[in-house]
Design a protein around this ligand. Sequence first.
Ligand SMILES: Nc1ncnc2c1ncn2[C@@H]1O[C@H](COP(=O)(O)OP(=O)(O)OP(=O)(O)O)[C@@H](O)[C@H]1O
Ligand SMILES: [Mg+2]
Length: 103
Amino acid sequence: MSGLRNVANPNPVRVITVTSGKGGVGKTNVSVNMSVALAASGQNVLLMDADLGLANVDVLLGLQPSYNLSHVVNGERSLEEVMVSGPEGLKVIPASSGLKNME
Ligand SMILES: Nc1ncnc2c1ncn2[C@@H]1O[C@H](COP(=O)(O)OP(=O)(O)OP(=O)(O)O)[C@@H](O)[C@H]1O
Ligand SMILES: [Mg+2]
């Protein structure tokens, strides 16, 4: 099946999920560094912060986004509208911190 899909679309989107069974083991740092490295190598990269309770991808990258995933969930903004640019052309979808309904 994946062979047929590749014929239909030779440049499929690849998703890499970084997760762990324990907190504070380096997921965010690995995700940010891998994303910047892939973007620097010419890949088109979108990094989505899935830490819905205490998001910090934006903090690590020194970004100060006005909107984040919580605004998409509550219908105020579209995904494109909350997307911000990071280094090497990396695109980032920031998440929120401290919002009970997002946890
Ligand atoms: N390779 C590494 N070597 C040493 N320290 C590291 C490394 N990667 C991350 N750290 C440090 O470990 C701490 C946690 O890193 P990070 O925030 O990336 O983890 P996390 O798995 O995303 O945490 P959380 O579960 O809270 O989201 C930070 O203080 C970070 O500086
Ligand atoms: Mg983290």
